[in-house]
Design a protein around this ligand. Structure first.
Ligand code: FAD
Length: 493
């Protein structure tokens, strides 16, 4: 099945239990906190369903022969990986990289797990079967999945089972022949309010005694007992599209999920009670590589967009001919191109694993470590280029409705290339990308979506070819010796 936008929107009217500002939300598709962003997601589905895009955006399901979204494709060659990436890139361009947990993210993770199905087979044939069936079900029904794979912060110096409340993080309450009952919370279901289902697991290292938190399962967002606690909605607080062109339409949301004795059937459970397997599902299969490769493709598009904003700032302010400004633009251009180089490098240096072509892990982690730091730097460069222009703005669209204010705006919002209205329109967008509350959340997102920096640096450390590096040093050390240059006199007796 290749879903279109209206099909996706109607699927979200499923009675899910979402809370915002102390109230149950009801129909999320009509609520001012979520409706525009849901329509932005719907536009991705409309795009893929257009007859002229079917070839590029979908592939033939190996099981049914029907066309299904390429987000579920498991590439068996470099060419297929690139074909799939072009699809991810085309989708990302529709939201300019601002929807981090778009449907291609968790689909990449689950597909990666299935590419490493042997790891599940060695663990438990039934759980492997459940994962394989779920992958097919999600793919053939074009499901949008989100995931929650991190425990609430609480006391970070203690293990999950040592926290004050045993059920702070999602843990097993009991189990029977039908399935497992779980209780507790997870952070953060980005896009959860807009997705069909949630994959719940734990990517953080679990310790001995943490077995009850070693879980991996997927359930619909309207499952009984699943309570969704939205963070503040930037969309709801965006005065208008003109005033907040990004926050008003691309606020994917991040929610705490509370599982209030939720019953999960065995056919939806992929890991239960095995701490080692919980880590292996991500790291001993291509899952972690695929999910984070998707992130780098997205970031590549987002930085291209931000660099576009930078160039336009200088055009609108007439600063683009100054050598110092060109130098800054050159630096930004190099930074955006660096991510592009990484994406192409991961693909070119990819390897076959169990019949599938997997992007290179070390280049992937290198890119993550550097981009976690780079994003804030890029935002700062845009601030520096913009000066007060992003702040010297009418309070809202209503200022244009007052003739006296409108005439002052006309006289004061000057640019060598833009009318007053165009200048205001552009700088409102720039602020939403760089400095608004929405933009600030994006800075936090790019720093943390893949784990804290010590975590990503750990991955880079583990996957770097140290032998090649230290081997070079050894080769040099081996090319000379002290004894070649001096003759030592025997020590006096
Ligand atoms: C906007 C946003 C969206 C998110 N979306 C999702 C999502 O869709 N799904 C999901 O599962 N998760 C999501 N997350 C959660 C994200 O995965 C976590 O924030 C991330 O893994 C870091 O974990 P943490 O927040 O517990 O930070 P911590 O691990 O507590 O780290 C915070 C800081 O504490 C220090 N620190 C903590 N522990 C150590 C240690 N052992 N050694 C050294 N220093 C330490 C470091 O300075 C670190 O930077 C999201 C987070 C954000 C901010």
């Amino acid at each position: 099945m290749v879903k279109n936008g209206s099909q996706h929107i109607s699927q979200l009217r499923d009675g899910r239990e979402v809370y915002l500002n102390g109230q149950a939300v009801g129909d999320v598709t009509m609520h001012p906190a979520f409706r525009n962003s849901i329509r932005s997601y719907a536009s991705l589905y409309d795009f893929q369903a257009r007859p002229e895009n079917i070839e590029a955006m979908t592939f033939a399901s190996p099981d049914t022969g029907d066309r299904v979204s390429r987000i579920w494709q498991m590439p068996t060659s470099y060419d297929e990986l690139v074909e799939r990436r072009r699809m991810l890139e085309a989708w990302t361009e529709l939201h300019f990289g601002f929807m981090g947990r778009s449907p291609d993210h968790v689909a990449s993770c689950i597909s990666g797990m299935v590419m490493g199905i042997d790891v599940f087979e060695q663990y438990d044939a039934k759980r492997a079967g459940a994962l394989r069936d779920y992958y097919k079900y999600a793919r053939d029904n074009d499901l949008f999945l989100t995931y929650v794979i991190v425990n609430p912060q609480a006391n970070q110096s203690k293990a999950a089972h040592e926290q004050e409340d045993k059920y702070l993080a999602v843990g097993i309450v009991d189990q029977d022949h039908e399935g497992i009952t779980v209780r507790g919370a997870k952070m953060l279901a980005t896009s959860g309010i807009m997705a069909n289902e949630v994959f719940c697991s734990c990517i953080q290292p679990l310790k001995a005694g943490d077995e009850m938190y070693a879980l991996s399962f997927a359930i619909p967002m309207n499952t009984k007992g699943l309570r969704v606690l939205s963070r503040k909605s930037y969309e709801e607080n965006a005065a208008s599209v003109f005033d907040n062109p990004l926050a008003s339409r691309y606020d994917e949301n991040d929610a705490v999920l509370y599982f209030d004795d939720v019953k999960v059937p065995w056919e939806r459970i992929f890991v239960a009670g095995d701490t080692a397997m919980c880590a292996k599902q991500f790291h001993a299969t291509p899952a972690h590589s695929y999910q984070n490769y998707q992130c780098q493709v997205r970031l590549m598009v987002k930085l291209r967009f931000l660099v576009g904003i930078a160039m336009k700032i200088t055009e609108v302010n007439g600063t683009n001919t100054f050598p110092q400004v060109r130098e800054m633009l050159g630096q930004l251009a190099a930074e955006a191109a660096m991510i592009e180089a990484w994406v192409h490098g991961m693909e070119a240096k990819g390897q076959m694993a169990g019949g599938y072509f997997v992007p290179d892990r070390n280049l992937l982690y290198a890119s993550q470590v550097v981009t976690q730091q780079l994003y804030a730097k890029v935002l700062n460069s845009l601030r520096e280029l913009a000066g007060g222009g992003m702040i010297m703005l009418p309070s809202s669209i209503h200022d244009f409705e007052n003739p006296m204010l409108a005439s002052i705006i006309e006289k004061t919002q000057k640019s060598p290339v833009a009318s007053a209205e165009e200048r205001v329109k552009f700088f409102k967008l720039a602020w939403d990308a760089v400095g608004s509350e929405f933009a600030s959340r994006h800075n936090q997102y790019e720093m943390f979506y893949a784990g804290a920096t010590f975590v990503t640096k750990g991955h880079a450390y583990r996957t770097y070819d140290w032998q090649k590096a230290t081997g070079l040093v050894d080769n040099l050390l081996g090319s000379y010796a002290l004894s070649d240059e001096i003759r030592r006199e025997p020590a006096a007796a």
